[in-house]
Design a binder for this molecule. Structure first.
Ligand SMILES: [Mg+2]
Length: 183
């Protein structure tokens, strides 16, 4: 089995950010949004909010309780046990660094490296497998990363050119198969 250099986005791949964000917006604005309403990666457009409003809710949500996506911790633990390295690559802004480090520690997210910023293209040097839920970022990485995966959500269904995984079990199996492939 080959040892691969793996990279993962945090929100929408490891952290169930939208699940923590929507109840906050719903209770304050009397709406009843679900994940299905987030049909584009631009949250403000999907939810009919201004850029300032969505920034406020995102900032508040980062400080609130965010659960990991089902199977994420187990999947990362298994991949690390196979000998792969794990880099977390997030576009969370500078003010999110401390809260992100705390969340990763408290949630027990296995990783070797934590990288912040944009463009991700400049951060994924040497990474052989990368997983994200943002179609714009995945398209930008097509020439830089050999194996890309899109983690399925309503906001990325229009992306048809990247290998789609529906949940962590499928993702872990796909990466394990890559590692067994001598090519
Ligand atoms: Mg994301």
């Amino acid at each position: 089995m080959r040892r691969l250099s793996l990279g993962f986005d945090i929100d929408g791949v490891i952290a169930n950010f939208v699940d923590a964000l929507l109840p906050r917006i719903n209770s304050e604005r009397g709406t009843s949004f679900t994940e299905l309403d987030v049909h584009t990666y631009q949250l403000d457009v999907s939810l009919g909010l201004s850029p300032d409003q969505i920034e406020k809710y995102i900032g508040e949500t980062l400080q609130a309780v965010i659960h990991p996506l089902p199977g994420a911790i187990e999947g990362l633990t298994n991949l690390r046990a196979q000998g792969h390295s794990i880099a977390l690559v997030t576009s969370r802004r500078a003010q999110g660094i401390e809260v992100t480090q705390r969340w990763l520690e408290e949630t027990g997210v296995p990783h070797d490296q934590l990288l912040f910023g944009l463009p991700k293209r400049e951060l994924v040097v040497g990474i052989e497998v990368f997983v994200d839920d943002d179609p714009r970022i995945l398209l930008e990485l097509v020439d830089s990363v050999r194996h890309l995966f899109v983690f399925d959500h309503p906001w990325n269904r229009e992306l048809e050119t990247v290998h789609r995984v529906a949940h962590w079990r499928e993702l872990t199996d796909a990466i394990t198969s890559l590692a067994k492939d001598p090519g």
